[in-house]
Ligand binder design. Structure first.
Ligand SMILES: N[C@@H](CCC(=O)N[C@@H](CS)C(=O)NCC(=O)O)C(=O)O
Length: 90
């Protein structure tokens, strides 16, 4: 069975390159977009779905960084969060 991927993505964030790779190489994936509002006073979630995806992302990757790419393979889940490592792995 082919592995599938879930990408936690923030628009304009470091996950953009990973998203481009998934598209470029036509790799099946699911995108969970975390919509953020940036203001001088801080960062806020644009909606509740984004807040929920962020909590999910943090479960997979306590650093909660973009990108967080989760690879599902049978019953295993592996989270990758280094862009260079993601680019090198298949
Ligand atoms: N190791 C990562 C670092 C990515 C990174 O620093 N992403 C930033 C956004 S572009 C981030 O998630 N910052 C939020 C945080 O560190 O809490 C990579 O180079 O792929």
């Amino acid at each position: 069975m082919d592995p599938t991927y879930t990408l936690y993505h923030g628009s304009g964030m470091g996950s953009t390159f990973t998203l481009a790779l998934l598209h470029l190489f036509d790799i099946p994936h699911v995108v969970k977009e975390i919509k953020l509002d940036f203001s001088p006073t801080g960062i806020a979630f644009k909606d509740e779905q984004s807040r929920a995806y962020y909590a999910e992302m943090k479960n997979h990757n306590p650093l909660a960084q973009f990108p967080t790419l989760v690879k599902h393979e049978d019953n295993d889940k592996v989270a990758l969060s280094e862009t260079a490592a993601i680019a090198l792995c298949q």
